[in-house]
Design a protein around this ligand. Structure first.
Ligand SMILES: Nc1ncnc2c1ncn2[C@@H]1O[C@H](COP(=O)(O)OP(=O)(O)O)[C@@H](O)[C@H]1O
Ligand SMILES: [Mg+2]
Length: 305
């Protein structure tokens, strides 16, 4: 790590004047603990990287060789605006992950498509606006909207009436609701997130539960069945070869089998703090990507030296 008092700046206190230019796309009003360490790692790798707010009208996105989608977490309140911005930006420069991935991945109905492609997911009843919940006879329920992050608007309850009321509130607002059994294993084994950088497995994390008392997120070795399932899930993504970063979130059903709870291809926290050289690994993968040696579509002449 830099010994500079301000971690954004490299030791020299000057951002690299030449070399590729990367925009780290973020949003206002949030705390992204990964941003400063990543910007510092980029600077040390000779990359001029700047944080830029995705809906800031004054940013000239075409001025960058790459727009790295990162902590754009407020998109869930304005998904259409976000995707419109991503499309316009992709006409100017390279965006990672690519826009078709963002379009698909920002609505959890992608889980239904993956299930149809044979991926095991958490059992889910889908309720679109105008529909009613049927089935879902589980003793404890989780109700969540298909466009969400950070467990926003997510309810855990043993009271079916309360679950039905939450489904009704979501669908009345034009949102699609997902109803799942509550999986208590999130409180002991915990959810496992497998992180991929530059298209390759990087590390895995044991995640604390978000709908009840928890424990801290810590690094963990994934079990063989989890790693195998994560690879299978990524292979089912049509744009697999173009995924720059990915997070595969797995839980287990009561019978012990691993299933997908969420595939984060848009704005996952990458838990780079839980891998010793995490920010450096992301910077190195970005340099490879920009050199045309990454896993996504190569582009000529990114050097501005
Ligand atoms: N069916 C479930 N059983 C147990 N916990 C759940 C369930 N669904 C969600 N959660 C908890 O809520 C968190 C957020 O849900 P998730 O589906 O990952 O959506 P998002 O992260 O996009 O808000 C999960 O990380 C988990 O802790
Ligand atoms: Mg999640």
């Amino acid at each position: 790590m830099s010994t500079s008092p301000h971690p954004v700046l490299p030791a020299s206190g000057v951002l690299p004047a030449s070399g590729p230019r990367v925009a780290y796309a973020t949003c206002l009003g949030i705390e992204d603990v990964e941003m400063f360490p990543v910007l510092a790692a980029f600077a040390r790798a000779g990359v001029h990287a700047e944080a830029a707010v995705w809906n800031d009208p004054d940013v000239d996105w075409g001025d960058f060789d790459l727009v790295l989608i990162r902590s754009v977490w407020d998109y869930i309140l304005q998904r259409d605006e976000f995707l419109g911005w991503a499309r316009r930006t992709a006409a100017l420069t390279r965006v990672a992950n690519p826009v078709p991935v963002l379009e698909r991945n920002t609505d959890k109905t992608y889980l239904r498509d993956l299930a149809e492609a044979g991926v095991p997911i958490v059992p889910t009843a889908w309720v679109a606006p105008g529909e009613e919940l049927t089935g879902a006879d589980w003793p404890e329920l989780v109700v969540k909207p298909t466009v969400s992050s950070g467990a926003r608007d997510t309810l855990r309850t043993t009271d079916r009436e309360e679950a039905l009321a939450h489904v009704a509130a979501l669908t009345a607002a034009g949102r699609t609701a997902m109803v799942q059994p509550y999986l208590p294993m999130v409180e002991d084994e915990g959810e496992t997130s497998l992180l991929y950088l530059g298209g390759e497995f990087s590390h895995a994390v044991r995640r604390g539960p978000m709908l009840g008392g928890g424990f801290r997120d810590v690094v963990r070795d994934p079990a063989d069945d989890q790693l195998a399932l994560a690879e299978r899930i990524l292979a089912a993504v049509p744009e697999r070869a173009e995924l720059f970063y990915a997070r595969v979130d797995l839980v287990r059903l009561p019978d012990g089998s691993p299933v997908l709870i969420e595939l984060e291809l848009t704005e996952p926290r990458l838990f780079l703090d839980l891998r010793p050289d995490g920010p450096e690994a992301l910077a190195a993968a970005t340099v490879r990507l920009l050199a045309g040696d990454g896993n996504t579509r190569p582009q000529p002449d990114v050097s501005r030296a």
